[in-house]
Design a protein around this ligand. Structure first.
Ligand SMILES: Nc1nc2c(ncn2[C@@H]2O[C@H](COP(=O)(O)OP(=O)(O)OP(=O)(O)O)[C@@H](O)[C@H]2O)c(=O)[nH]1
Ligand SMILES: [Mg+2]
Length: 648
């Protein structure tokens, strides 16, 4: 453990977990317990959901800390993953209700896959019904890492009044806003306490032969031995420590601090875990970008090694300020050192995820990729004069948020992780850029084609004053196989249409496919010029174009036109309790189920594959989430165009 002038090196913790589990409440309680001023919402019971990472700094018993309060909603998961890639430890905040344990499953998988040490904090322990063992069993079914319960709640009637710390075998009574008070372990709890302690020791003994020997010889290990093993196993990602508490009542918050203080890896250990070679030039990595009013662009970074001073050359720009929270307010500081999480000012052109080093071009450190988008909305300015402003603002927003994608084909479409995600984008555009936007469902890229070959004659004969216009074309329009595209064939013999006019006929025929009888692009047809006529003076390219247009318009209408709709290949992933529901959801949306299989790498999850018309996809994610406790997700790709009678 590397000591520095301020006690230990700065360390960082991310608070993660399902939405509404109490992360923001805990964030405030942790800062509060550390004596740092903290802004609380006016009505804590009506706390707004967190939509972006909130950073806080404090010192707890001389150790400097950065705390990241992460969004719980799956729609902002990319931010949470970015935070997890930066911190020394994560605290998974969850609720004691066993039925809600599944909501933690994807997160526990990410933490295990990424090897981030983590503690589970079972919050809202005041709402526990039944036994903590049930909560633990439910959580355990979603992770392969063994859970080690450190605290047992003590009840007085219905209310939780304290806890037993299993390692020290001491009981404490909660006291609001103060350190808990030592008490006797209640008689009634002794047997249960002993069983839980035995489980704790056995789990740790699995990875410690000396401890195992003691267990076999019935020698009681000392708390210090247990503390040491817990830290080692937790840092190695081999066990998950489980604590209980009630953030809203400041219960179990100091206990959490103590566990964090003791068990959180030092920044050098985390750098090693992330395979960052020590020494060399200082390195920092951007994990969040915001454009914040008067401070301009702020890049939130973790310093992975060395010390970065204000004014350093980073990523081709001069660093314009290092900011951190001092007594609850953002303040400029001269430098940031290994383990610090701070905001860097005015790094223009430096994107989220970038690795920075003073002077040089460092090897880029890995950064999480956003999940593919699952929801889209078309936006348009209510005042056309704002169009340029909109595209500039969107460019910046996409730089802030890698999970936001923008397409501009005809209309401007935002693609993201859900309604709430895109709504925050629209709100942001209104608030910070003064852009009033109309929002609507994105248009479906319908196409059309024909089902019957036709022969058509187009003739232009106009006498206006002296010089007239004349052209005559006879064309065959025929359907082609799906995906074959447009083809123009020239079969004119004997100079019925002079060579030099033929390209104009081809061009006009292709031009006419841009808008068919239903108003959509016509695909997969061939147009063959078979015959025609001309006039030595009055014929021109223009005349042949017009004659072709006439023939195409009439011909397409007679050729049994049909609308084509895009159909996507969709893969829904759900916990297998919901597989049947996912299938019903797909068939209810004109989906054709292709099959289902186990989701690779995800125990207890299935992938359901289907072909689904794109017109049915718009709010699929909303219904899927509402039917699967927010757990279901999907990916899609364009598959084919299919004939449809559905009226767009
Ligand atoms: N009973 C009880 N309620 C709590 C406790 N901690 C938080 N809550 C309540 O749980 C609700 C959600 O709390 P938040 O702190 O906003 O939860 P969050 O995890 O930050 O939520 P998101 O940001 O939406 O992911 C609020 O109404 C809190 O008052 C607790 O210890 N006990
Ligand atoms: Mg929150």
């Amino acid at each position: 453990m590397s000591g520095t002038k301020n006690g230990r090196s700065p360390r960082s913790v991310a608070l993660v977990g399902p939405y509404g589990s109490g992360k923001s409440t805990l964030f405030e309680a942790l800062l509060d317990a550390a004596g740092a001023p903290v802004k609380r919402p006016a009505d804590p019971r009506n706390r707004p959901t967190t939509t972006e990472i909130r950073l806080g700094h404090c010192t707890y018993l001389d150790d400097p800390w950065s705390i990241l309060d992460c969004p719980g909603s799956i729609e902002f998961a990319h931010q949470t993953c970015s935070a997890l890639a930066m911190v020394d430890i994560a605290v998974v905040v969850c609720e004691p209700t066993p039925a809600k344990a599944a909501m933690v499953a994807p997160l526990l998988k990410t933490l295990r896959d990424e090897g981030v040490p983590h503690i589970i904090y079972i919050n809202k322990i005041d709402t526990l019904e039944g036994s903590i063992a049930d909560t633990l069993a439910a959580l355990q079914s979603y992770t392969a890492s063994p859970l080690v319960l450190r605290h047992m709640p003590i009840f007085d009637g219905e209310a939780v009044t304290g806890y037993v710390d299993l390692m020290s075998e001491r009981a404490y009574r909660y006291r609001k806003g103060q350190a808990s008070e030592l008490m006797q372990i209640p008689e009634a709890l002794l047997a249960e306490e002993q069983a839980a302690l035995d489980r704790l020791v056995e789990t740790l003994a699995d990875r410690d032969d000396a401890l195992l020997e003691k267990v076999l010889e019935d020698i009681k290990p000392t708390p210090d031995e247990l503390y040491r093993d817990m830290r080692k196993d937790l840092c190695a990602g081999a066990v998950i420590e489980v604590l209980v508490g009630a953030a809203e009542h400041a219960a179990g918050v100091r206990r959490l601090w103590k566990a964090l203080r003791h068990d959180t890896p030092d920044p050098a250990e985390t750098a090693e875990r992330r395979q960052i070679v020590p020494g060399g030039a200082p390195r920092a990595q951007v994990f969040k970008t915001v454009y914040a009013g008067h401070t301009g662009k702020l890049s939130y970074v973790r310093v992975w090694s060395g010390t970065v001073a204000d004014g350093a050359q980073l990523g081709g720009t001069r660093l314009g300020g290092i900011y951190r929270y001092v007594n609850g307010e953002m303040a400029k500081v001269p430098d940031a050192r290994q383990g610090d999480i701070v905001a860097f000012g005015r790094l223009d052109g430096v994107p989220t995820g970038a690795t920075l080093s003073p002077g040089g071009q460092p090897e880029p450190l890995p950064f999480p990729h956003p999940a593919p988008p699952v929801y889209a909305m078309a936006v348009a300015t209510t005042d056309r004069k704002d169009d340029v402003k909109l595209s500039g603002a969107l460019h910046k927003l996409a730089e802030e948020d890698a999970s936001l994608f923008i397409t501009q084909e005809g209309e401007t479409v935002l693609h993201g992780q859900g309604e709430m995600h895109l709504q925050t984008v629209v709100d942001h555009l209104a608030r910070d850029y003064g852009l009033k936007l109309a929002v609507q469902k994105p248009a479906i890229a319908y196409k059309e084609t024909i089902r019957k070959p036709v022969h058509e004659h187009g003739r232009l004969k106009r006498q206006t004053g002296g010089h007239g216009q004349f052209a005559d074309v006879k064309i065959d329009i025929a359907p082609r196989e799906r995906g074959e595209g447009f083809l123009f064939v020239d079969k004119v013999v004997g100079g019925a249409v002079p060579r030099n006019f033929i390209p104009s006929v081809g061009d006009a025929a292709e031009e006419a496919t841009k808008k068919g009888p239903f108003g959509y692009p016509v695909v997969d047809i061939s147009v063959t010029l078979v015959d025609g006529g001309f006039h030595s003076v009055d014929s021109s390219d223009m005349a042949f174009k017009t004659a072709t247009q006439i023939a195409m318009k009439e011909g397409l209408a007679k050729a049994d036109p049909v609308l084509l709709e895009p159909v996507d290949h969709v893969t829904i992933s759900v916990p297998n309790d919901y597989t049947a529901r996912a299938q019903r959801l797909l068939t209810g949306r004109r989906g054709q189920i292709l099959g289902f299989a186990e989701r690779s790498g995800w125990t207890g999850w299935d992938d359901v594959e289907a072909l689904v018309p794109e017109a049915e996809m718009h709010d699929l994610i909303i219904e899927l989430r509402s039917q699967t406790m927010g757990l279901g997700t999907y990916k899609k790709r364009f598959d084919h165009l299919a004939e449809t009678r559905a009226v767009p």
